[in-house]
Design a protein. Structure first.
Length: 383
């Protein structure tokens, strides 16, 4: 639906009211339990004069009454101050380097080499929002049939990242900007923890939507496919092709939860240690209202149905999990913050739906564009 031409998604909750979700604002409607009487104002004709009358020009009369300004009385003035809803673009103030985007779970098709464009709709178009990227490459891995803890899968992540920069030698990833989404962070973190590759000081790791403690979505889906939840959600899981649960999703079982093994819990701990040490910037969410899109409703549903341990989540990953042990105090809700806590859903933080017009807690592309200008400077190496 739309209000004055502005699109909103409507979620009706029956007798308890409804909610309208927009890119820049959310509106909650609640029903009153009883009627409220509203008294009309005293008619203007019954009011006593409190001020003496003054003569005004025709333009002044128009401004006071809201009537159109007469054409013969209008003046053409030069603007003294410009105004735009869109902030000016950021330029790169770090050292330009090649960029590689490493995706999360859900991709079945694998390609042996990095690609110039992603074969499916997963990442948003970052061409105009990556001023520090001398080139943009995309890793394309099978993240359906492989777990993030798989040794071969972790080695492939290293190989893809090493291939981007000519200065990367052996297992050391150098002069590279690495962007991971979701399970991509666990794969890279696990690879570094197990010694398959490492990051040089000249490499910057940027993370979005990382399930560093797993996801209750995995636990819920495993329960759904095992018949432990309601039939409606079990059918939904079958329709989306998630039953039986894929190897990748099983590996995202919530840390110390019912479906997490001792081995998986240990792998989480090791990946978290790497994450806290090497991630220079991160984007997480504390609210899943998200941007207007054709997938928005799915994350409204997941946010309500999945038994998250906290309401602060992107529909799939909780803020606590995404932070991965990085102190909450480091996060801010403005795109200018190095560690950015948003009101975006899990797909939004992969830049799929661009930015909100006004809400600075919903500007993932602007965050990435300005990030290297404000915070993540490549260290200088003195010889």
């Amino acid at each position: 639906m739309s209000v004055n031409g502005i699109p909103f998604g409507l979620c009706h909750r029956g007798s308890s009211g409804s909610s309208m979700y927009g890119s820049d604002m959310d509106i909650n409607v609640e029903y009153l339990s009883s009627n409220e009487e509203f008294h009309t104002s005293v008619p203007a004709a019954m009011c006593d004069a409190v001020a003496t009358s003054h003569s005004v020009t025709s333009i002044g009369k128009s401004l006071l009454t809201g009537q159109p300004i007469p054409g013969e009385s209008s003046r053409i003035l030069k603007a003294a101050l410009g105004f735009s809803l869109n902030a000016s673009p950021c330029s790169c103030k770090s050292t330009p380097r090649p960029c590689i985007f490493i995706h999360g779970q859900g991709i079945k098709q694998e390609m042996a080499e990095n690609q110039d464009s992603f074969p499916t709709r997963y990442w948003g178009n970052m061409t105009d929002h990556a001023p520090c990227c001398t080139s943009i490459k995309f890793a394309v891995l099978n993240t359906v049939n492989n777990s993030w803890t798989d040794d071969e899968q972790q080695q492939k992540v290293c190989d893809r990242a090493l291939a981007v920069s000519e200065t990367s030698i052996k297992s050391r990833i150098s002069d590279t900007i690495t962007i991971t989404h979701s399970m991509g962070a666990l794969m890279l973190g696990g690879a570094i923890a197990s010694g398959k590759c490492n990051l040089a000081p000249s490499t910057t790791w940027i993370s979005t939507g990382a399930p560093m403690r797993g996801s209750m979505g995995s636990d819920y889906l495993q329960g759904s496919c095992d018949g432990e939840t309601n039939r409606i959600m079990e059918k939904l899981a079958n329709i989306t092709g998630r039953c039986p649960v894929s190897t990748a999703i099983r590996s995202l079982a919530y840390e110390h939860g019912d479906y997490a093994s001792v081995k998986l819990n240990r792998a989480y701990k090791e990946a978290q240690d790497v994450y806290r040490t090497h991630v220079k910037a991160a984007m997480c969410s504390y609210k899943h209202s998200g941007l207007i899109s054709n997938y928005q409703w799915q994350f409204w549903l997941l946010g309500k149905v999945v038994p998250h341990k906290t309401p602060h989540n992107d529909g799939m990953v909780e803020f606590h999990s995404c932070a991965g042990g990085i102190p909450e105090a480091k996060f801010g809700n403005n795109y200018r913050d190095q560690f950015y806590v948003t009101k975006l859903n899990h797909f939004d933080v992969a830049f799929q739906s661009g930015d909100a017009l006004l809400d600075e807690a919903k500007m993932p592309m602007k965050w990435f564009e300005c990030l290297l200008q404000r915070y993540v400077q490549m260290p200088q190496v003195l010889l």
